[in-house]
Design a protein around this ligand. Structure first.
Ligand code: NG1
Ligand code: ZN
Length: 527
């Protein structure tokens, strides 16, 4: 334990800084993160000990944030996000003011979480391509060494690749081989099975946000082979750190709703954007009249749910309970399409993938996506064994069943994964023979607006009903409701951001003009 105090002295906490482990782990300017990284190293060891020595993952990334930021998140044994009840321990360790207080709090976590010191600890870690990554990883390693934690460096990976590796290790290979190559093999082989006798409708152009998704997508594509996967990659400059997420990437597409500058325009062709750690995916295309169209997380979710339903029916698997999980930011038209056209149930959860992931586990096959493009599909263990043991009654049923089986391997079941989701979309479009326009025409998004409002204290904005209604400040919700009632197909809500010091206002209604007006009026109520 003395070693911990000594090692921590090399990673002092910046005076006055207040850290909190939120929906995105710890995330901020990289130059403030040194002490946080060290303390996360301690926490990862504790978490592993608490879980009988199972391997815990640590991912160093700030996703779609600017290049100067960085961040860190823990990955639990099955590849899920850190269990929510442990976030308080992360915050406790990060905010300890002195090395001695850190040691006291470290011992306190031992006691509170019932941890046995003699259990060995195992941790694996990786980082994205940010310039600040190597130094921050070193702080992490200093803590792992000081606490006697066994660890393995996976170098540069996408966030979902690290989640995959963690699950593979803890399932002793049942989920796949715990290596980067194992990841390409599992996903690539499944893709080839699904594309047998099918063809992409021209190449897909991928905007990799100048991040880790670029080199990893190239490796995956190389594994699959040119004959089966036709693609072009743009914004793949990982050697110029300042270009990361700058005027490109999934977040740019979602918030700006236009092509990244410099993108070669080819009307009718498919485009996709990753974010900086390749766990978000957005599609888009340019119409022949030169208009930009975005195919977001909602469109990906509906596409996946409809395809899985088709395959299940064609396999003779009746009674598979498929459901879609969304947040309040899902476009109302997508929710209506899922319920009315696809005839599937939906659940709305608070923002943050951990909530969606948890809710998706309620179905045999739970499709979850945030509108911003982060999501995946979960198949329950019972569903997987039903698929594995089902006997096809005809060659057509056999083909559909094989496809469904391969789809469960293609999709990263641990977390939203831009690479795996991209291949899934390519497969579905090839099977359906759809152009992006045909996919887009399944339903028309209601005009919507997202506004960020600066407030003095965002903590006073307390919500209920999956963040769709404010319970405080008192009376505010009633005033929002009165406004919304004046707009046809109107919907609006305000909630405190979990990642920024701001309140977000969302609105949608029948027309662009009314939607903007509604957003501005709600903003004026909040500000
Ligand atoms: P906040 O800042 O709580 O709105 C944002 C995104 C979430 C999620 C988290 C984590 C929106 C409106 N919100 O959360 O969807 O991705 O960041 O990165 O896009
Ligand atoms: Zn991300």
């Amino acid at each position: 334990m003395a070693g911990i105090v000594e090692a921590s002295a090399q990673h002092p906490k910046p005076e006055g800084a207040l850290f909190s482990y939120g929906t995105a782990g710890f995330r901020m300017k990289a130059n403030l993160l040194d002490s946080v990284m060290f303390r996360v190293g301690l926490l990862a060891g504790l978490r592993s000990k608490r879980l009988g020595g199972q391997t815990i993952g640590v991912m160093v990334t700030a996703s779609h944030n600017v290049p100067e930021d960085n961040g860190v998140k823990l990955v639990d044994p099955m590849g899920e996000m850190l269990e929510a009840s442990w976030e308080q321990y992360a915050t406790l360790l990060a905010n300890s003011t002195t090395d001695e207080e850190l040691l006291e709090n470290y011992e306190l976590v031992f006691k509170k979480a019932n941890i046995r010191a003699d259990v060995p600890a195992n941790v694996v870690y990786a980082r994205d391509t940010r310039e600040s990554g190597p130094a921050l990883v070193q702080s992490l390693v200093d803590a792992l060494n000081a606490a006697g934690t066994k660890s393995q460096d996976y170098g540069i990976l996408t966030t979902p690749q690290l989640h995959y590796v963690v699950r593979c290790i803890n399932t002793k290979g049942a989920y796949g081989e715990p290596t980067e190559e194992g990841y390409y093999r599992k996903i690539g082989d499944a893709y080839r099975v699904l594309m047998k006798g099918k063809h992409q409708n021209g190449p897909i152009t991928i905007d990799a946000a100048n991040g880790v998704g670029a080199p990893k997508m190239k490796k995956l594509a190389e594994y699959i082979g040119k004959d089966h996967f036709d693609y072009k990659i743009i914004n793949d400059d990982v050697d110029t750190p300042s270009k990361l997420n700058h005027n490109c990437g999934a977040d740019y597409i979602k918030t700006q709703q236009r092509m990244p500058p410099g993108t070669p325009v080819q009307p009718g062709a498919r485009y996709a954007s990753f974010d900086g750690d390749a766990d978000r995916l957005m599609y888009f295309y340019i119409d022949f009249d030169n208009t930009f169209h975005m195919l977001d997380g909602d469109k990906i979710a509906t596409l996946a749910a409809s395809f899985i339903g088709d395959l299940a029916r064609a396999s003779g698997l009746n009674g598979l309970r498929i459901g879609v999980v969304q947040t309040a930011y899902a476009n109302g038209a997508s929710t209506a399409y899922i319920q009315k056209s696809l005839q599937l149930p939906t659940i709305c959860t608070p923002t943050g993938v951990k909530h969606l992931h948890h809710a998706a586990l309620k179905y045999d096959c739970g499709v979850y996506f945030e509108a911003n493009g982060h999501g995946t599909v979960l198949f329950s263990p019972a569903c997987l064994s039903t698929i594995a043991s089902h006997e096809a009654q005809s060659p057509a049923q056999k083909t559909a069943l094989d496809s469904l089986q391969a789809l469960t391997d293609l999709i990263n079941q641990t977390v939203g994964d831009a690479l795996s989701d991209l291949l899934m979309v390519e497969v579905i479009l090839a099977h359906k023979g759809w152009s992006p326009k045909e996919w887009d025409s399944t339903y028309t998004d209601l005009p919507n607006r997202l506004v960020r409002v600066e407030v003095n204290d965002r903590t006073i904005f307390q919500t209920t009903d999956a963040e769709r209604k404010l319970v405080s400040p008192e009376g505010l919700q009633e005033r929002i409701d009165a406004l919304v009632g004046k707009y046809k197909l109107g919907r609006a809500f305000a909630r405190a951001s979990g990642t920024e010091n701001a309140v977000r206002v969302y609105s949608e209604s029948q027309t662009r003009g009314e939607t903007d007006e509604l957003a501005m009026k709600v903003r004026d109520l909040v500000a």
